[in-house]
Design a protein around this ligand. Sequence first.
Ligand code: ADP
Length: 587
Amino acid sequence: MAKVEKYDHMKLIRNYAGGHKNLILIGRALAGVSGAMTLIPFYELWKIIKIAVEGQDPDLITGHAWLAVGLIIGALLVYILALLCTHIAAFRVQANMRSALMRRIITLPLGVFDEDGTGKIRRIVNDSTAATETYIAHNLADKTVAAVTPVGLIVLVLAFNWKIGLICVIPAIIGFCFMMTMMGKNMQEKMGEYQSALEVMSSEATEYVRGIPVVKTFGQTVHSFARFKKSIDDFGKWSTDYTLMLRKPMIAFMTCINAIFLALVVSAFLITGDGIANADILNVMYYIIVTPLITVALTKVAYSGEAEMTLIDALKRVDQVLAIEPLPESKCSLSAKDSSIELEHVSYRYKDATRDAVSDISLSIRPGEHVALVGPSGSGKTTLAELLVRFFDVSEGKISIGGVDIKDMSSSELMGQVSFVFQDSRLIKTSILENVRMGRPSATEEEVLAALEKAQCMDIINKLPNGIHTVLGEKGTYLSGGEQQRITIARAVLKDAPILILDEATAFADPDNETKVQAAFSEMAKDKTVIMIAHRLSTVADADRIFVLSDGKLVESGSHKDLMDQNGLYKRMVDEYSRSIEWKVGA
Ligand code: ADP
């Protein structure tokens, strides 16, 4: 199989295989030997036919037959040995790829998981490395056999009667040329498009499944998931175009490789034109058996080419993750003097965005101050809060905590200064104890319980069969969104960092949970510098200061009273909010 693109995938694989790379070589060599061994029985077959046609002693057949059977069994055993070698190497490659990915992922800015989506990265870590493993474990051995077999067959075919052999081989060669046109450079690109289309469709399908409750509740149809439908339509169109593109070369390929039989019949007539000789019958019978194998071998070559393209695509996807720049770690690790926060002309623009999500923001927060970020949806509140914990580094400007630029702090120093509870904080599938303990791994069980109590979680713990030892996600133990948020608050309570960033929940409409979350927030906020991302205005009036954002810019700041007196955006938002809560059903 010719290279489809100048991309040395085998070199990459050898690098990942490390000390096991020789096993790949041995595996391939054994597969080649096995491929050659499977061809020798055909020579024995020729001898058997010869004995039969020439009317020699039938007892002679037994020896050849046993030799053929022995060779086939031997070839099978050698092939199993080859697979053993390639499997061991494949598992090593997969493990090394996954650890290289995990080592890189842990150094990436947290924002990458927002921008590129955890789903996409998960797919690369799982599926792309699995595709590489499958290729090395299975396809590599098959590919070697697929390469050895046609060559051996052509030798076999030409050896006995080169004229018939040549007539049979010509259509195979033409077919092979058509196959090569299908495997052109364009094809690798198509394979990439195919994998990307699958990726989009699977992540949209996940969103769709998650959204089914909404669809059912509001009597919607699949059409309300426009992006999901579009991904299916796009995939359908892509598949049709792709099939049409391959139609002609595929027809030509199939016609040629099946024309080998026609060539055989024609050559049989040609050589037997002057009357049949025993040798001719022998050769024609032999060719009837052997030539279909050329077809099978060529089809295998085609499939091994496809597997190679899937592999190259998988390796490139892994490369993409490995190429993401890690968050630069500072060489000097300075410690914050206190829990004050200072932003100087901070701007941030998301990758590929046309405008800044936050633009030229300067503000300072005193230690122990409680501030709120408010503003219309999309005004940059979350982005600003995420910049404080280096989800991404600012595009321009500087953020300092306790007088130190956060880029001059080690990530552990920064994380020690700040706790955050974002709305989508996740719990992992382990016990509640371990989930909370992530906030401070050295904490005792009593300390974890005290944190859970402060975070108003005791009602959750009391209803679970094994209390804090209950494993989440197991035996149907699931928590509601609000309950999950309270557990993540307990985690932050346990961590007890001097600065708190809280994202007020909007999604959970249940009032009991809301009261508890607010109570947990207040308990946790004592003696801390707090930045609350407020989505509703009912909770911000008590804040020491309120920063009002609009279109990524800081437009107003001050206490609730100052801002009401200013009669600007904040007042308009408060008025609108008051009107909305006065609204009553049936009013
Ligand atoms: P808020 O929290 O006030 O609702 P955000 O900080 O989430 O606002 O968003 C500010 C702007 O940045 C919006 O225009 C939003 O569309 C954009 N934005 C947010 N997250 C991303 C992202 N991961 N990639 C690109 N743009 C984003």
